[in-house]
Design a protein. Structure first.
Length: 434
């Protein structure tokens, strides 16, 4: 429906449907994950409904309201009859995860991060690279796992291009921009529920969902970072959720830390430093000049209204991300000011992410000390902290990047020198000098 609806009918046909749907999705996701997120969940909320409990559940359902919907969505609406408890618990967990992943996949498709629309962008990037390197052979070759195209142009995935493919792609490209603008800027009810739902998904213990939500976060930033209406959502809630995941180092997040750090970098560059990035938070930060009429603001990027080409920045810098970082354990104002200086001096993606990682490492170490002192080192189950060997923040700390060779290195030049030295030394026979 999202991809097929004409852009001129978004307000009249999509808005009345998507508003309630996204509000309900946000509510349902929150209630579905509550048994795992809450520190003291009610045990009966985490179990699927069985035949034994159906009479009591029917009485609660007849009253309706929050008393019924909270446990209903916590157990993902499943009735398992007389199924054994282990299988029933697995079914609830499976449904919870699949429901959340489906929500993320739908948004990825709508925001041109997956599916046909993403293929259009990938093919366009491929054509730009071919023109840049003056290599037309790139236009007729696909992935290595695809057979040859007999010299005909192919898409990025290796499928053949139609005769009128350029016109089809041009129409799709216009609809990508229109749908991004509609979902995030034209209807506050839709935009608010969608953005809050994605921020919540960043904290759910499922690495698959979290990794894909980071991609959606980049698209949101590219589309609305320039709007002051979004400053609190992005600079406070999204930034805080991402920083919390990195500092607490839960085991479920091992392997996606760089994706999280990249979201932090994207937010900080656009809302604080006045730097734009390439789509997906890639590439070096491109510094926008100061406004000549107001030294406290930046000039807006030329791509502010084109999110698929990088988007814009917040021209009046926000202090919200700075405040979040300064409030982390062991971090104050001085380290945050140093962070600004370092990210302005070195704007490459690697340098900026390394600087952020170094700052977060300090916060993680202090947080670890506080957690140990308060809980006495008790395990946190699903949210147990990753050990030093697993944590990205602690990798390559105090260790040589390239370890020493365990044996003495002998090269050909060294062997020749030894031979020359032996040839030039005096020869002894039977223990007597010559």
């Amino acid at each position: 429906m999202l991809l097929s609806c004409p852009a001129t009918m978004y307000a009249s046909h999509l808005a009345p449907i998507l508003g309630p749907v996204f509000e309900h999705m946000q509510y349902r996701l929150e209630k579905s994950w509550a048994p795992l997120i809450d520190s003291n969940p009610k045990i009966e909320f985490t179990k699927a409904l069985t035949s034994q409990d159906s009479v009591a559940a029917a009485a609660v359902a007849s009253r309706g309201g929050e008393e019924w919907f909270s446990p209903y969505y916590a157990r993902c609406g499943l009735f398992v009859g007389d199924l054994d408890s282990t299988t029933a618990e697995a079914a609830v967990e499976k449904f919870r995860v699949e429901f959340t992943r489906t929500f993320g996949d739908i948004l990825q498709s709508a925001l041109a991060l997956k599916g046909d629309w993403a293929l259009v962008l990938a093919t366009q990037s491929k054509e730009e690279q071919a023109a840049k390197k003056n290599d037309n052979s790139r236009l007729t070759t696909g992935p290595r796992n695809r057979l040859g195209s007999d010299g005909k142009k192919v898409n990025a995935d290796g499928t053949p291009r139609a005769e009128n493919q350029e016109a089809i792609d041009a129409r799709k490209f216009l609809r990508m921009n229109s749908l991004c603008h509609f979902l995030l800027l034209e209807d506050e009810r839709i935009a608010g529920s969608l953005t809050l739902g994605i921020i919540q998904c960043l904290g759910y213990p499922d690495a698959y969902t979290c990794r894909r939500c980071t991609r959606i976060c980049h698209r949101i930033l590219e589309t609305v970072a320039w709007s002051p209406k979004y400053t609190h959502l992005l600079g406070n809630q999204m930034f805080m959720m991402t920083a919390k995941n990195l500092v607490t180092e839960p085991k479920w997040m091992v392997g996606i830390e760089w994706d999280m750090i990249n979201v932090l970098r994207d937010i900080y560059c656009r809302l604080v430093l006045g730097q734009t990035l390439q789509p997906g938070g890639q590439g070096a930060g491109m510094q926008q000049p100061r406004d000549p009429n107001n030294s406290g603001q930046f000039e807006q990027a030329k791509t502010a209204d084109r999110p698929l080409q990088g988007g814009g920045i917040l021209v009046a810098p926000s202090d919200l991300p700075r405040q979040v970082l300064a409030s982390l354990p062991g971090i104050g104002v001085a380290p945050v000011n140093q962070l600004d200086s370092s990210m302005n001096a070195k704007r490459s993606a690697k340098d900026q992410k390394d600087v952020l990682r170094d700052l977060l490492r300090v916060a993680a170490e202090n947080s670890k000390v506080l957690d140990t002192g308060e809980s006495g080192g008790a395990a946190g189950g699903l949210f147990d902290r990753a050990v030093a060997e697993e944590s990205l923040l602690n990798k390559n700390i105090g260790k040589e990047t390239v370890p020493d060779i365990p044996e003495k290195l002998v090269t050909m030049s060294m062997m020749k020198k030894q031979e020359k030295a032996r040839a030039g030394s005096p020869t002894w026979h039977l223990g007597l000098p010559p």
